[in-house]
Design a protein around this ligand. Structure first.
Ligand SMILES: C[S@@+](CC[C@H](N)C(=O)[O-])C[C@H]1O[C@@H](n2cnc3c(N)ncnc32)[C@H](O)[C@@H]1O
Length: 268
C-alpha cells in the first residue's frame, strides 16, 4: 500500500522515464476533484483503497471505472493482442486494449490552451473509443480514431452512434477508422495527435514519418500527447518534435512540432 503511494517507479524497464507515483496519485486526486466533484472523488478514493486492500466493495466507483459509469458507453475491459482479430504481422508490435482516463486526458488537453476549433484530433490505436468520446466534448474540426482491430472498431462505431443519440458531441465530426496506424493519411492541417502506448517503436517511427510528410506544409504547431510513453526516445531523437512538458509524474509526455503562428508563441 505504501509502495503504491511513494515509489518512484521504474515503470518502463530499460526506458528511463522517471515516474513519480506520488505525483501521479496526487494529480489523479486533483483532476478527480476538478471533473468529478467532491463526493464522487471521495467515493473513488475509498473504492481505490478497498481495491488495493483486495476488498470487493464500491468497485463501480473506482477511478479507472469512471468512463463506463459516467458516460454509459462500452469502453471497459482489457483485450490482449493474442486475443485480437488483427493480421499476424501486427500482433508483435500491438499493445493490449485498455481505456485511458478521461480526466487525465482532459487535464492534459486543456493545459495546451489552444483554440480547438482550429485543430483536428487523431487517436492512433483508438480501441473502443474512450478517448474519442473525451475529445469529442471539445469543438475540434474533427475527431478521428484509427484502430487495427475490427471488433474494437465495431464497438467504437456503436459508442459513436450512442453519443450522437444522446447529443454528446461538440466536435464537427467524429469517426472511427478500421486501419493500421501507419497506413492512415492526415489532411494537411493543424493536429493534436494522441497515442496511449498503442504500439512498438518501429510502428511509432513509421507513424511519425507519415505525420511529418503529410503535415510538411502546415505552419501551425502539431501537438503529440503521449500517454504511458514507453517509446518516448523515438520522439526525443527526432529533430522535428521537442518535449514541451510532462504530467502525472511523467505518465504523460507532451511533445510539439513548433509552428510559427502567434498561438504557439503564447502556448510555448
Ligand atoms: C492501450 S489501447 C488505447 C485505447 C484508446 N486510445 C484509449 O486511450 O483509451 C491501444 C490500442 O491500439 C491498438 N493498436 C495496436 N497496434 C495498432 C496499429 N498498428 N494500428 C492501429 N491500432 C493499433 C490496439 O488494438 C488497442 O486498441
Amino acid at each position: 500500500m505504501l509502495k503504491f503511494v511513494f515509489t518512484k517507479t521504474a515503470r518502463y524497464p530499460g526506458l528511463e522515464v522517471e515516474h513519480y507515483q506520488i505525483m501521479r496519485n496526487l494529480r489523479t486526486l486533483l483532476v478527480n476533484f476538478k471533473y468529478r466533484g467532491f463526493l464522487m472523488t471521495l467515493l473513488g478514493l475509498a473504492a481505490t483503497i478497498c481495491g488495493k486492500a483486495k476488498i470487493p466493495f464500491l468497485q463501480e466507483y473506482r477511478f479507472n471505472k469512471q468512463n463506463l459509469r459516467e458516460s454509459g458507453l462500452d469502453t471497459d475491459g482489457i483485450v490482449e493482442p493474442a486475443m485480437m482479430d488483427i493480421p499476424d504481422e501486427f500482433r508483435a508490435s500491438a499493445c493490449r486494449y485498455e481505456a485511458a482516463s478521461d480526466y487525465e486526458f482532459r487535464h492534459v488537453l486543456e493545459r495546451l490552451h489552444i483554440d480547438y476549433s482550429a485543430y483536428h484530433f487523431v487517436d492512433y490505436g483508438s480501441g473502443k473509443g474512450a478517448i474519442l468520446a473525451s475529445a469529442a466534448r471539445y469543438p475540434f474540426k474533427s475527431v478521428t480514431g484509427i484502430e487495427i482491430s475490427g471488433a474494437l472498431h465495431q464497438t467504437a462505431t456503436q459508442n459513436i452512434a450512442e453519443m450522437k443519440r444522446r447529443d454528446m458531441i461538440r466536435a464537427s465530426s467524429l469517426t472511427s477508422v478500421h486501419s493500421d496506424a501507419a497506413s492512415y493519411s492526415l489532411p494537411a492541417a493543424p493536429h493534436v495527435i494522441y497515442v496511449y502506448n498503442s504500439f512498438g517503436p518501429e510502428v511509432l517511427q513509421e507513424v511519425l514519418d507519415r505525420i511529418s510528410e503529410d503535415l510538411c506544409n502546415v505552419t501551425e504547431p502539431v501537438y503529440f500527447l503521449y500517454n504511458n510513453p514507453m517509446h518516448h526516445n523515438v520522439l526525443e531523437e527526432r529533430p522535428d518534435f521537442h518535449r514541451m512538458s510532462k504530467s502525472f509524474g511523467g505518465k504523460w509526455l507532451i511533445f510539439v512540432r513548433p509552428g510559427n503562428s502567434d498561438e504557439f508563441r503564447k502556448a510555448g
